[in-house]
Design a protein around this ligand. Sequence first.
Ligand SMILES: Nc1ncnc2c1ncn2[C@@H]1O[C@H](COP(=O)(O)OP(=O)(O)OP(=O)(O)O)[C@@H](O)[C@H]1O
Length: 327
Amino acid sequence: MTTGQMSIPTAPERGVAGASAVIEAVGLTKTFGKNHALNGMTLEVPEGSIFGFLGLNGAGKTTFLRVMSGLSRAGSGSLRLLGEDATINGTSIRHSIGYLPDVPAFYEWMNARQTLHLAGRLFGLDGPELDAKTDELLEFVRLTGIDQPIGKYSRGMRQRLGVAQALINSPRLLLLDEPTSALDPEGRRELLEFIGALRGKTTVFFSTHILSDVERICDSVAILDKGRVLAQSTMEELRSRRGQRRILIDVSHGAEALARVFGEQDWAVSVQPGPRGEIEVRVSDEETAQREIPRLVSRQGTGLIRMENAESGLEEVFLELVGKRNQ
Ligand SMILES: Nc1ncnc2c1ncn2[C@@H]1O[C@H](COP(=O)(O)OP(=O)(O)OP(=O)(O)O)[C@@H](O)[C@H]1O
């Protein structure tokens, strides 16, 4: 093991065991002038998952969702959606995809029912079939019986209607662009509940910069930074990583050399020396590490100033991966 090594497998290493992939992007690029919005992005999303696409503002999330929805074209690389080449069979594939843009636009004077009817007709639905689908979706997002025009809706109601509209064609893959970011905590909780209720019915791919949303409902997550996927992992893998303990150590001097010694120990998963003599060690066996660390510090002839335990969450993993730690 090397100092500062990450243990989350990256997308190309990982593959998807047991489930077919509904999104397979390889080396995808998209540039705006000199700006590489997608910079060789590679990602594989297993069917049936609720997949969180996590990235800071400007990471390239909307660009990727627009490319998948057919609103924008990638410069190079390949994109397969639902097992088919999206550049060749784009139109037919997109009949099986639902998409909610980051700022959904509606005819403000229409009500929810009229909006869903209009959307349904665009997918060839009509008559009793369309009525039944509309009723089902209004019920699902709790907008049944609300006849006021959309112009009078709260943000939460608009997002719920947006989700319903994106589901009108019973998509196999639902793409949601930052569906919760403009909502208050209650609206967010409610919308996440609807998204969570789709588990097992359709694959949901949603972008967000809100870590707790991902922790709350996702099965898998990819972390995007500057148009590249830095890491992809199931939440199970992340949780087991969170189960790993971090030990924070401050020493009087010689932190670099000590970090190398820690890095050679069996119980050290990763070692991260900081600029001010602090060392963060992620450990697999906390008891042994706690016993061994003071011994190794003293063997190096260094003074131990502080040694404390901390638990690592998705936030640490995320910050570590996008290199924001200590900024
Ligand atoms: N139409 C465009 N013209 C020029 N630059 C663009 C355009 N669309 C996106 N970009 C740039 O591409 C990069 C990625 O933008 P994108 O909107 O995909 O990021 P994002 O992760 O969705 O961010 P946010 O969370 O702020 O929506 C940014 O630097 C953005 O300024």
